[in-house]
Design a protein around this ligand. Sequence first.
Ligand code: FPP
Length: 243
Amino acid sequence: MADSPSSDAEGPRHVALIMDGNGRWAKARGLPRALGHRAGVEALKRTVQAAPELGLTCLTVFGFSTENWRRPAAEVSELMGLVRNYVESDLGRLEREGVRLRIPGRREGLPDDIRAIVERAEARTAHNDRFLLQVAFNYGSRADIVDAARRFALSGEDPAILTEDRFERLLSTSDAPPVDLVVRTSGERRLSNFLMWEAAYAELLFQDILWPDYGPDSLAKAVEAFRTRERRFGGLEPTRQAG
Ligand code: FPP
């Protein structure tokens, strides 16, 4: 890849999406929230399809947060059902298209069948390297950092030689390249405990579109917006890499 002194013209490689606005999309149509989430899955499929053509090698989406358990039981169970259906209906195609599927997040607390489905999906696509799709599920950044700290403590390694690189490899997102761009839809402007370590140097973009209306055009606009940004990673000069 050629060096670009002032902007990340070829990027972003890794985009993280906070898919917000399903409920409002449904409400605006007089529909139950569940139908907003189902339309959200269709938007996710369209967006994943378009991502490699836009130059991305990785997409991370926020499917269910550790805080989403506070929603009514029926909505929680709808979201569980959606991840089950999504994996079951799309796994074959993702596998054939060279997509590696990873489900960052806590496995404890998930219903046994969902746990089995996500583990099988990860195992079946583990050899793929054309594109990495991470569907964060039962995920919260603080929980993930605590879990990584626990894994480190249990490893018996010397804390005196712990580095950021080593710690990063203990996070459940460790297979992904650095996050270049975090997008949140629906006009909300929060990170909501999503990829707080990983997004330390990411660009942030807030798109005024409800998630079920998202798709290739919206992602293309996000990529275009990213390419106008100047990234300095804490230094004074525009650069391509943190450091
Ligand atoms: C936020 O909308 C969205 C979520 C809490 C879940 C995102 C989930 C999907 C897009 C579908 C699930 C797909 C998979 C494969 C896991 P909201 O309900 O908070 O919307 P609102 O703010 O308008 O109420």
